[in-house]
Ligand binder design. Structure first.
Ligand code: AAL
Length: 416
């Protein structure tokens, strides 16, 4: 058989092999759609779990930028004034409004054992709900108290804190934690109370009733109903909240959902609660046909943004970093019962322990991001933040850890 006759089939065979090899290999150009070929679990996930295979094209991925806000005084940060746990920001009467926990006490917090009628146990103890307005979201003018501590023996007489706003049929409703004893005595125990007003400037009328009660004995939310966070969705009020459970020292934080047909309730807790297994303070917003959640620290899925097509069953939709703590976003369609949530681009959040523990207090700060269908900001979609070495060295080993390592080295050398 002539040499040529041998070469051709061989070349053909080689071409076939190489073609099959390259066609089976993953392409250099990252396909926008899931390629029809055997894929690893990770690659399957990259196409199944995220709105796009690249983070920069993933509408639920963003970086967060932070700006100090002007206009609020903290008494030289001596710990006697705190502002924390901001509500969602709303825009009314030509300006932005935000509500927050405001504590002004003679001393910084001293712990439950040292708490008195004037000495706070925690940063949100002996607090009230105050509010501020702004025309640009960077400079804020404090307007004063919105919801004061009610007189004893009313619910919340010890402290009212961690409030959030709902607008329903042109009236305003404020949901907040009501403490009737100093936080930390048994735990951070409280139910949720509600006040209402015809204007964001008040006056606010307290219902002096519990709208989101603690759960039955031995259930996950038996002690604390925190961070009440109402949205209007599916023609109802969807109020998300956090609870702390599984006992000290490392409390588990998870989030639940309660729904109602009107602001006074009754609120029905979702039988699948908890609906989010991670995160701390609640931050959620309507996105497309569903609800997205910022799941910050705590839990296996911390530092993620999650999405639920039905507002109940959340899946991880992005992994992010430097998330805003206790974020209160500006959500133009928070109360419009939208079927196509546009997303968010900014809000207020807080930094707790802004200086040192002996002067323990929190400050409000502005965050910006690109979690919006109506914004394409590539500066918010970079893959990671570069931290200077000293940021890592600040997370140094403790003496106990150094001692453990020294012993391990000693043992190793003795064996040698
Ligand atoms: C915050 C919130 C609630 C808790 C406390 C003040 O982070 O989760 O408000 O009660 O901490």
């Amino acid at each position: 058989m002539k040499k040529q006759q041998l070469i051709l089939p061989l070349v053909g065979l080689l071409l076939l092999v190489s073609h099959t090899a390259t066609s089976q290999s993953f392409p250099f150009k990252l396909p926008k759609e899931k390629p029809n070929q055997p894929l690893s679990a990770a690659m399957n996930r990259n196409y199944e779990n995220y709105t796009a295979p690249r983070p920069e094209d993933n509408e639920l991925y963003t970086q967060f930028k932070y700006t100090e806000i002007k206009g609020l005084d903290y008494s030289n940060h001596d710990g006697t004034i705190t502002r924390r746990d901001p509500s969602k920001v709303i825009f009314e009467n030509g300006k932005y409004y935000v509500w927050y926990t405001y504590r002004e006490t003679p001393t910084p917090p001293k712990g439950a054992k040292s708490a008195t009628e004037t000495i706070p146990s925690a940063d949100w103890d002996l607090a009230e709900i105050w509010y501020a307005t702004s025309t640009d979201g960077f400079t804020w003018k404090e307007q004063g108290v919105a919801i004061p501590r009610p007189p004893k023996p009313n619910l919340g007489h010890r402290s009212v804190a961690t409030a959030d706003i709902l607008k329903w049929k042109d009236k305003y409703y404020m949901y907040y934690q009501g403490f009737s004893e100093a936080s930390g005595l048994r735990g951070d125990d409280c139910p949720v109370l509600m006040s209402y007003a015809n204007s964001p400037d008040g006056p606010w009328t307290a219902t002096n009733t519990i709208v989101i009660p603690n759960g039955p004995k031995d259930t996950w939310d038996q002690y604390s109903i925190h961070d009440p966070y109402p949205l209007v969705y599916n023609d109802k009020i969807y109020l998300y909240y956090k609870s702390d459970f599984d006992g000290k020292p490392n409390l588990v934080r998870m989030q639940g959902l309660a729904t109602a047909d009107n602001p006074y309730g009754p609120f029905t807790k979702n039988p699948l609660n908890p609906v989010l297994t991670s995160g701390h303070e609640t931050t959620l917003y309507p996105f497309k046909e569903g609800i997205a959640a910022l799941t910050i620290r705590d839990g296996n899925e911390h530092n993620t943004i999650q999405f639920a097509k039905d507002g109940v069953n959340f899946e991880i939709a992005a992994l992010v970093e430097l998330m805003p703590t206790a974020a209160g976003p500006f959500i133009p369609d928070a109360f419009t019962n939208t079927k196509d949530g546009r997303g968010i681009t900014w809000g207020l959040s807080h930094f707790t322990n802004a200086t040192t523990w002996d002067k323990n207090h929190a400050i409000l700060v502005r965050f910006d991001c690109d979690l919006s269908q109506d914004l394409e900001d590539p500066q918010m979609k970079k893959h990671h933040v570069y931290h200077r070495p000293e940021i890592y060295f600040k997370q140094g080993l403790s003496d106990t850890q150094r001692e453990r390592i020294r012993k391990e080295n000693e043992t190793l050398q003795q064996k040698h």
